[in-house]
Design a binder for this molecule. Structure first.
Ligand SMILES: Nc1ncnc2c1ncn2[C@@H]1O[C@H](COP(=O)(O)OP(=O)(O)OP(=O)(O)O)[C@@H](O)[C@H]1O
Length: 448
């Protein structure tokens, strides 16, 4: 099996870009051969789908070429395999796609940041599915997963991944018309076009592309006219088989006042989330960044920095820059103790990390004289509901936990419940003085 697999990989490598190879083939693992079946484990459902559509036939063809036996691939996700075969889970493989060839991008007027490519994107368990979906879309725009909707918390790489699709598409098809905008730019361009009576130009610009990337679509909330215009842009592009990719901090149906017809269209394709990276991925991201900046940083120092910032990649990168700046200031090499000083000095050290949801629940429970169990429970009396909602609101405000993660910490509540609570308290903070005071006092206590 190993010999065949090496031969098979070699064959595919000849025809794939390094990123595609690493993502689809490098991440797959042959398990065993039984009769004429070869069982192959892949990281996610999306990889499985891709394998079944693209490589099943290749396995049969190359196995026949290899030794005259046509193998039939049985693809399973690592999770399925682990459930069936092993008591322990197999962790999905980390793929650092950084070893890819130099890219020769043709830069269009697409407003893409040259740094945001697949090559510089590190994959790990929190983003593997989104990464695979993004790559599939770049390889076959407008065919599958249209629209692609990437959602997740702040600073987790949504913009990076979305722009990587643009770069990759231009790389594959240099004449491709790619347009990246934030939803705010789209809205502003639209408003300007009304003011200057240049709506035709606006439409021409947005509807005459092969790939439209719209970032942070949650800012469409409540912008009726913009939504209307986007609805038509979307339809036109989709009808013509053009690819649309959007990002948001939440799912389409959770964006307040987003028209139902847009929500339903966004669901035509695929929605994938990005969650916070695990420690190994954070270390890999830092290592990658350090190499790009030609910084010599020992492994234990990288691990140390990665341990300090656990929810937001932008902050993680910020921490590295702070450490670098501090070491330059002190004229010292970057070591663990320099890193510790730098992060302490900039008050980054565990401020958010130390503020766990449990701590927030504790403070709120004491403040309102209710039990933690009540906060996590389902009782609907006002004396418990309000503190519960406040605790959720503070968890959202003061930690980087996602809505589903907060829901989990509150007795497994749905993320929509968390969102509703946060919205409710956000309204009360403005209209109800007691709540406002309570929130301020709790925040002060939690920060000390
Ligand atoms: N997996 C990753 N590999 C390498 N760099 C990453 C990764 N994830 C995020 N980054 C980097 O972290 C920074 C923030 O990422 P990005 O702006 O894409 O986040 P975002 O999810 O779009 O944030 P926001 O919600 O604020 O729009 C960028 O510099 C990006 O390159």
């Amino acid at each position: 099996m190993t010999d065949f697999w090496n031969y098979f990989k070699q064959k595919l490598k000849e025809n794939l870009t390094p990123v595609s190879f690493n993502t689809w083939v490098g991440s797959a693992e042959p398990l065993f051969i039984e009769g004429n079946d070869i069982h192959i484990a892949v990281p996610t459902e999306l990889h499985k789908d891709y394998w079944e559509r693209h490589y099943a036939e290749e396995v049969a063809i190359y196995s026949y070429k290899f030794n005259g036996i046509e193998l039939n691939p049985i693809i399973e996700t690592q999770e399925e395999h682990a459930k069936k075969e092993q008591p322990e889970n197999i962790a999905p493989k980390q793929t650092n796609n950084n070893d890819s060839e130099k890219s020769g991008h043709v830069f269009h007027n697409s407003h893409l940041n040259p740094k945001y490519t697949f090559d510089s994107f590190i994959t790990g368990s929190g983003n593997q599915m989104a990464h695979a979906a993004a790559l599939a879309v770049a390889e076959e725009p407008g065919v599958i997963y249209n629209p692609l909707f990437i959602y997740g918390g702040v600073g987790l790489g949504k913009t990076h991944l979305m722009q990587a699709i643009g770069h990759q598409m231009i790389k594959i098809e240099p004449g491709a018309k790619v347009k990246y905008v934030t939803s705010e730019t789209f809205a502003n361009d639209f408003i300007n076009s009304i003011q200057t009576r240049t709506q035709d130009d606006f439409r021409q610009e947005y509807r005459n592309v092969d790939l439209l990337l719209i970032d942070d679509i949650q800012f469409f909330a409540e912008k009726e006219g913009t939504q209307e215009e986007f609805f038509h842009t979307f339809n036109e592009l989709h009808d013509n088989g053009k690819q649309i990719v959007m990002t948001s901090d939440r799912l389409p149906n959770e964006i307040p006042k987003l028209q139902e017809r847009l929500v339903s269209r966004f669901k035509w394709g695929l929605s994938v989330d990005i969650t916070a990276p695990d420690l190994e991925t954070r270390i890999a991201i830092l290592r990658n960044k350090a190499e790009a900046e030609h910084l010599e940083i020992p492994n234990d120092t990288l691990s140390y920095i990665a341990e300090q910032v656990d929810t937001n990649v932008r902050e993680l990168e910020g921490a590295l820059i702070r450490v670098q700046a501090y070491s330059t200031l002190k004229n010292a090499d970057i070591t663990k103790s320099i890193a510790a000083d730098a992060l302490k000095l900039f008050k980054l050290s565990k401020e958010k990390k130390g503020l766990s949801i449990a701590k927030i629940q504790n403070k709120v429970a004491k403040y309102y004289h209710v039990s933690i169990n009540d906060l996590k429970g389902k009782k609907r009396v006002k004396t418990i509901v309000v503190p519960r909602q406040i605790a959720m609101y503070l968890s959202r405000e003061l930690t980087d936990r996602s809505l589903p993660q907060i829901g989990m910490e509150f007795g497994g509540k749905d993320h929509t419940t968390v969102m509703h609570s946060c919205d409710k308290i956000a309204e009360l903070v403005v209209s109800d003085n007691d709540i406002k005071m309570a929130i301020n006092e709790l925040k002060d206590e939690l920060r000390n």
